[in-house]
Design a protein around this ligand. Sequence first.
Ligand SMILES: [Mg+2]
Length: 375
Amino acid sequence: MVAVRRVRLDELELPLVEPFETSFGVERRRRFLVVQIEAEDGETGLGECVATQHPLYSSESVATARWMIETYLLPLLWKEGALPPDTFRTRARVWRGHPMAKGAIEMALWDLWARRHRQSLARALGGRRRRVEVGVSVGIQSDVPTLVRRVGEYLAEGYGRIKVKVRPGWDERPVAALRKEFPELRLWVDANQGYPASAAGAIRRWATRYGVEQVEQPFPERALAAHARLVRRAPFLVCLDESITDLAAFEAAVEMQAVTSLNVKAGRVGGLGSGRELGARSAGAGLPAWVGGMLETGIGRAHNVALASLTPFTLPADLSASGRYYRQDLVEPAFELGPGSTLSVPRGQGLGVEVVESVYRKYVHRHREFRRKTP
Ligand SMILES: [Mg+2]
């Protein structure tokens, strides 16, 4: 196995094009970690950690991910070298939890692996699609007319399906207004765990009445029984995101009939290997799956697009063009929306996009570099 020579662990902060509000709160800037692994032969791999600055989406944060990487995952790399990603995944299992920290390293190893084998990441994963169908996720807005206008702009840009964030007090009214304005709209909603189980009846009524195709994670992460009760009476898809932290959580949800659609985020489940397996299991269980996003820059987006090129992912991904999130992306070429609400899958080696160092350096908040100690 090729030894790892150097690891760069940078903390970046990028301003978002516009504030992104969910039932958790408002994000104006995205703070995140980027890992770059350099092997002894000079080949490198990049991974973006999706942990957020504060532990709101899940229990992980930038600080816990940094601690996990520095304390446990780097020593593994120094000892074992640039492991094949699936071997890393197995080895890293001895430590509980921390899927986002593990995922950042695993994804960097995938990029490295694909580059070493002179193939695109999509091909290395077994992806077949050249373009992936995508939609846009629209945060909570200041008022309903603003939401209707924003959605109209995204439709004009060519997005074929719209997901809006909802929470108690911001649900039926905005959804009704969107349906009235856009009778043909392919509409999803995402509550990010914002409702108590007692809200199931009301959610079912407005989602059915206004033709919502999919309701995502209405109840808390562990409330599988509440999701199962909604599934029993819902004419729409009930999607799980935060609840599915690993394959065992997915099996439990399927067993309980608490899920009819699956949002797969590689970072949430420890990396691309687990993401790919979840997609396959989901298809095996007859459930549609799709790839979600965490406001990644072009680095993480390239990983996500490669994952979405796999055939089990049949619903449009939450992977918009670079300009939806950031004025200036960290990579070139930037992701642009193409015909039929699609992004094209990069075909170059590894991620198929290159970091623009001058832009990248501008947003580095904290830089750390680690080198293998030679005996
Ligand atoms: Mg979600």
